[in-house]
Design a protein around this ligand. Sequence first.
Ligand code: HEC
Ligand code: HEC
Length: 347
Amino acid sequence: MPTRWAFGLFISIVSQLALAEPDGAVLFTRHCAACHGLNGMGGVGVPLALPGLQATVDDDYLRLSIRHGRPGRVMPAFTQLTDQEVAALVKQVRSFNKSSSGFPAVKPPHGNAIHGAKLFASHCAACHGAHGEGSHGTGVTFSRPRDLPILAPALNNPGFLAAASDSMIKTTLLHGREGTPMLSFVKQGLSESDVDDVVAYVRSFAQPSQTTLPADTAHEPPILLRTSKYSVAETTERVKDVMTRYNLRIIRSVPFNQGMVETKDENPEQRIIDGCDFGFLNKALAVDPRVGLFLPCRVTIAQREDKVIIMTINPKRLSYIFNNAELNELCEEMSKLYNDLLDEAVQ
Ligand code: HEC
Ligand code: HEC
């Protein structure tokens, strides 16, 4: 029967369209859950499920936050997703909270940024940083003070400023974020016009000179390399000597393939030396636990035909993957240390 046939076709097209719609839960698990928690309760990233956040921000804020990320603050920019995928993610983030409706709309703020700057210094800077750069670290439990259950986000960040409207910032200040250290500043004694002034000051961070973008390090070589005029054994001793002088405790100095082959097959022509400055390691872990991927410091020494080469990874090259401006600074420091160390060892 033609109508039955047409109906069947219709159903099949509809179900295919339904299948083609991106699945927000799957996308969230794949792209966001590692940092924001499976149910949006937070982790390295701030909690997205909190009613106070959900009642404050509109879908555009979520969409633009996903698109722009927070350059230099760990939160990636998801430029590769389609508009449909981003919309599905926004829906998924909304699904974490079914109870709260939005806060009432506010009068659009037109404040005085100069007065706002004074209020910011006295009421906000302790948590959000003197220039709105956000608190240190990434938010993992052990890397933040225990009295601050959620890290203060960066407000001078181009990603935040692109996503947040003045009204959203004002609503945040009026109501705070219940369940987080972010308080209602009306309850803290600020008037509505004070709040408007602070909003104007936060908006003034949008001047490009005040924002820190991560350094572009994609042109850096992945490996730092030197040729040594000494034998593998002599070079090993020299590296250990320099490491000790640089305050690196030698953790081990072994053939490169130790543990992967029988002792008799170990290759004496290739060695690795691991050293660690524990003070630096702890500082770096507090900034971003992902430094564990390239610490402790490792120097590799190898005989290549008639030459002895000596190398380390280049932390400056690795750091750009992580989108963390604070980590970039440490990686810069580490690259300098590695370069000096290699230079001295082959002198
Ligand atoms: C590598 C970790 C990481 C990943 C992956 C990540 N985020 Fe984030 N996200 C963060 C951090 C950290 C912040 C806070 C930024 C700051 O401190 O300034 C943040 C902030 C946000 C904010 C702003 C929250 C607020 O309170 O205003 C939203 C919205 C957000 N992320 C959504 C997402 C979504 C959706 C995904 C997946 C598509 C995602 N994030 C993936 C780490 C991450
Ligand atoms: C005691 C620490 C603390 C103080 C003081 C504080 N904040 Fe916050 N603020 C936070 C935390 C933590 C969050 C993140 C809350 C969340 O995860 O929802 C936050 C969130 C925000 C947000 C939303 C940003 C985002 O990415 O969602 C804005 C805007 C903000 N604060 C502005 C201010 C301003 C302006 C002041 C001063 C009037 C101030 N805060 C004072 C800790 C603080």
